[in-house]
Design a protein around this ligand. Structure first.
Ligand code: UT7
Length: 325
């Protein structure tokens, strides 16, 4: 059976940096509070006319170059995003056009911060069944466009960016095991309206505008630690391995307290956990691929390493995958 192996990666983050000091001038908060409660020091913010598709194109171009393939070789583009440019065309179609992937199918999918992991698991199915050979996964988010910068409960958390990975059919390594799930009954804990009108959602926001992200932070925090721990433990059990067998864990970067909580419960050596939240905040679906790219670039993750990616997010959803790089 063929496996879905990673042959290229790339990421892009916008130029503008928003520091905690900048936020202190915008809302009643402090660098000390933000660092202590979240681990975040700064985040990137897209320019006024810069949206998620464009960031995704830049990340995709780097991943394709890194993979040393021609765009025509791509069979499918999956774009994971919570913040697409349009309802139609999809971000994936905009990316396809701009990178000249003339032979590919293209679809968007949304499982919020779990998006990249979900897209990797979907890719695994297409490649293992032989349906497709080469798949480009792009995760891109312009969260600042749906963040209320007057609301200190959310505006300190989010950042913008994009990551992309090229998978191709290989004989060994690649995605070895995966697991994903959802609890729709907890969906009300993180909300943001699309076309629906909902006065109750509007009323929850300071701005009165339901299109901005809203969440019950402490409920999400509790869910997140459990979801990341349980998903990783299930993944390991299904693979017949323990956390001691893995070389690196790349978790979703939502709050350093969530990562620390999961790491403690899993009993994994913190030295084996990649954390870059201080520089970028929570980039939703883009957090894991950007972290994966940085971990590879810095030499922390090497070819042949067994790596677990794990995430949770709106929906509520979660996902985890064990990948031999
Ligand atoms: O993709 C979505 C995924 N989302 C997440 O992963 C978020 C998970 N949740 C969290 O990361 C945390 O719940 C937060 C960072 C959002 C909040 O941290 P917390 O420790 O749960 O704080 P809290 O909401 O319980 O608030 C504690 C206090 C409150 O004041 P009172 O009621 O004790 O007087 C808040 O009003 O901190 C206050 N507060 C702030 N103070 C300074 C809330 N936000 C801020 C702020 N600066 N930015």
């Amino acid at each position: 059976m063929k496996r879905a192996g990673i042959i290229g990666m790339g990421y892009y983050v916008p130029e503008k940096v928003l520091t905690n000091d900048d936020l202190e001038k915008m809302v009643e908060t402090s660098d000390e509070w933000i660092v202590k409660r979240t681990g975040i020091k700064k985040r990137r913010i897209s320019a006024e006319n810069e949206y998620s598709a464009e960031m995704g194109i830049k990340a995709a171009q780097k991943a394709i170059e890194n993979a040393k393939i021609n765009p025509e070789d791509i069979d499918l583009i999956i774009c994971a995003t919570t913040t697409p440019d349009y309802f139609t065309p999809s971000n994936a179609c905009i990316i396809q056009k701009n990178i000249n992937a003339v032979n590919s199918a293209a679809v968007d999918m949304n499982s919020a911060c779990t998006g990249f992991v979900s897209a990797c698991i979907m890719t695994q199915q297409f490649i293992e069944t032989g349906y497709y050979k080469t798949v480009l996964v792009v995760a891109t988010e312009a969260l600042s466009k749906i963040t209320d910068f007057n609301d200190r409960k959310t505006c300190i958390l989010f950042g913008d960016g994009a990551g992309a990975v090229v998978f191709t059919a290989c004989d060994k390594g690649g995605i070895i095991q995966s697991h994903m799930g959802a609890k729709g009954n907890l969906g009300h804990n993180i909300t943001g309206l699309a076309i629906r009108k909902d006065a109750d959602e509007d009323a929850k926001r300071l701005s009165g505008d339901g299109r901005y992200l809203w969440m019950d932070g402490s409920e999400v925090l509790k869910f997140a630690v459990r979801a990341m721990t349980d998903a990783t433990n299930k993944l390991m059990a299904d693979a017949g391995l323990t956390v001691d067998d893995i070389d690196y864990l790349v978790p979703h970067q939502a709050n350093v307290r969530i990562i620390d909580g999961a790491v403690k419960r899993l009993g994994i050596d913190p030295e084996k956990v990649f954390v870059n939240i201080a520089s970028y905040g929570n980039m939703a679906a883009a957090s894991v691929p950007v972290a994966l790219c940085e971990a590879m670039e810095s030499g922390k993750i090497k070819k042949g390493d067994k790596v677990v990616i794990v995430s949770f997010g709106g929906g509520l959803t979660w996902g985890a995958a064990l990948i031999e790089m």
